[in-house]
Design a binder for this molecule. Structure first.
Ligand SMILES: Nc1nc2c(ncn2[C@@H]2O[C@H](COP(=O)(O)OP(=O)(O)OP(=O)(O)O)[C@@H](O)[C@H]2O)c(=O)[nH]1
Length: 393
């Protein structure tokens, strides 16, 4: 491939990915980051058009202005894509990226005014893009920790593709920079070497494509994760919703029965919850439920499934937990909730009903739930703030 064909291919790829990003993210303008990525796509496509027109069809001052505008638009598109990534990871926007764009434009203008060579201008473009790649890479890596990483999977395919794309691009631009310091002739058009074509055009084509695809993928991955969470998790308490709990619970129970193992099911109900609502209002009631959800999640994290069965009632399934351990867990749950400060000045307690499936027993989900429910009823009627075991059938 000669330099002309390769550069045309790079321009077409950048243009197309810019247009695709624009279209995709303009049609989903609900979030700040989608608007920024759409803007980044517009800037990239405009930058490519301007640069191509300036190279191919203009001369003199107009050509210089076209190159300045085109290159600045391309650099800005990278900075805007990075700002979008910051917003995607819920970080505050910064003021200094605008300054970076001004500095870059000023430096490019200075090079044009001083009748610099293609290679010198390329050095600046390489440095500018490298800064953008480092910023984007930094955001991807920071996205692996923090509050958002608790909610979403860390090493998603899209994020890996993004990091890979940035490593490919960085390797190509850094090696191009250092090789061209010693052998500038390898990169001088129109007699560019094969190495020059590969480093300046072919590797950046794949890197650019992968980076655009990665931004789209992390966006779709988040949409899917949100959809999945809405369908399976109770928004207020962060525990499974009833449908998901029953689905997973039935599955676990079936496996336990087949493997002739032991399992405990716990029904947990907040005591006198209506009073909390009536005395302090529904908002406080909601906060109490959310706190209890968090406390129970902590206690059940290692051992089992936890879901909100309805209202102020939770259900936990502990595969492999026999009666002695079930009693310990129930006691631990009671104490954890009793000792917690819910912030409205009064203690809150719970009651727990436990049903244990012993090895070899053939019980279905509904039967086990019924046993735990009866045990809970006894805990309530015998004074609350306690647990009771289901009576043997
Ligand atoms: N704030 C709030 N209240 C809820 C929610 N879901 C159900 N409730 C309320 O929970 C209360 C449950 O009351 P009851 O079933 O009488 O139970 P209780 O007052 O806890 O009494 P015992 O269970 O017998 O100790 C009702 O007043 C419901 O309105 C919710 O999501 N938020």
């Amino acid at each position: 491939m000669n330099p002309f064909t390769a550069s045309l291919a790079l321009a077409i790829v950048q243009f197309c990915s810019g247009v695709i990003m624009t279209g995709l993210f303009i049609s989903t303008p609900s979030e700040r980051f989608t608007r920024l990525w759409a803007l980044s796509g517009v800037l990239a496509a405009l930058g490519i058009c301007t640069t191509v027109v300036a190279y191919a069809g203009l001369g003199g001052t107009l050509r210089a202005l076209g190159l300045l505008l085109g290159n600045t638009l391309l650099f800005s598109s990278g900075i805007v894509a990075w700002s979008g990534l910051r917003s995607f990871y819920q970080r505050r926007s910064a003021w200094w990226p605008g300054l970076l764009i001004v500095v870059y434009a000023a430096a490019f203008a200075a090079l044009l005014a001083s009748e610099s060579t293609f290679t010198q201008r390329a050095y600046l473009a390489v440095c500018g893009l490298q800064v953008v790649f480092c910023l984007v890479l930094w955001e991807f890596l920071k996205g692996l920790s923090g509050a958002l990483a608790e909610r979403y999977p860390r090493w998603t395919f899209g994020r890996c593709v993004g990091i890979g794309a940035l490593l490919i691009l960085s390797a190509s631009y850094v090696s191009r920079f250092f090789i061209s310091l010693r052998h500038p002739e390898l990169f001088e058009p129109p007699e560019m070497s094969n190495l020059g074509v590969v480093l300046i055009y072919l590797i950046p084509i794949s890197g650019t494509l992968l980076l655009s695809v990665a931004l789209m993928m992390i966006y779709f991955e988040r949409l899917l994760a949100d959809k999945q969470r809405l369908a399976t998790v109770d928004e207020l308490t962060g525990t499974l919703n009833r449908r998901e709990l029953v689905r997973c619970g039935e599955l676990v129970l079936e496996q336990t029965v087949q493997a002739r193992q032991v399992l405990t099911l716990a029904f947990i109900d907040v005591d006198h919850f209506k009073r909390i609502n009536d005395t302090h209002g529904h908002q406080v009631g909601d906060r109490v439920l959310a706190d209890i959800g968090a406390l129970l999640r902590q206690c059940c994290r290692q051992n089992g499934l936890l879901g909100r069965y309805g209202g102020e009632e939770f259900c936990a399934v502990f595969p492999g937990l026999a009666e002695v351990q079930a009693r310990q867990i129930a006691q631990h749950l009671l104490e954890t909730v009793r000792q917690h400060d819910f912030g409205h000045g009064q203690p809150v307690t719970i009651s727990v009903g436990l049903a244990v499936l012993t090895p070899g027993q053939m019980l279905g989900w509904d039967a086990l739930v019924h046993q735990a429910d009866l045990a809970l009823y006894r805990a309530k009627s015998e004074g609350r703030n306690a647990f009771r075991m289901a009576l043997a059938a």
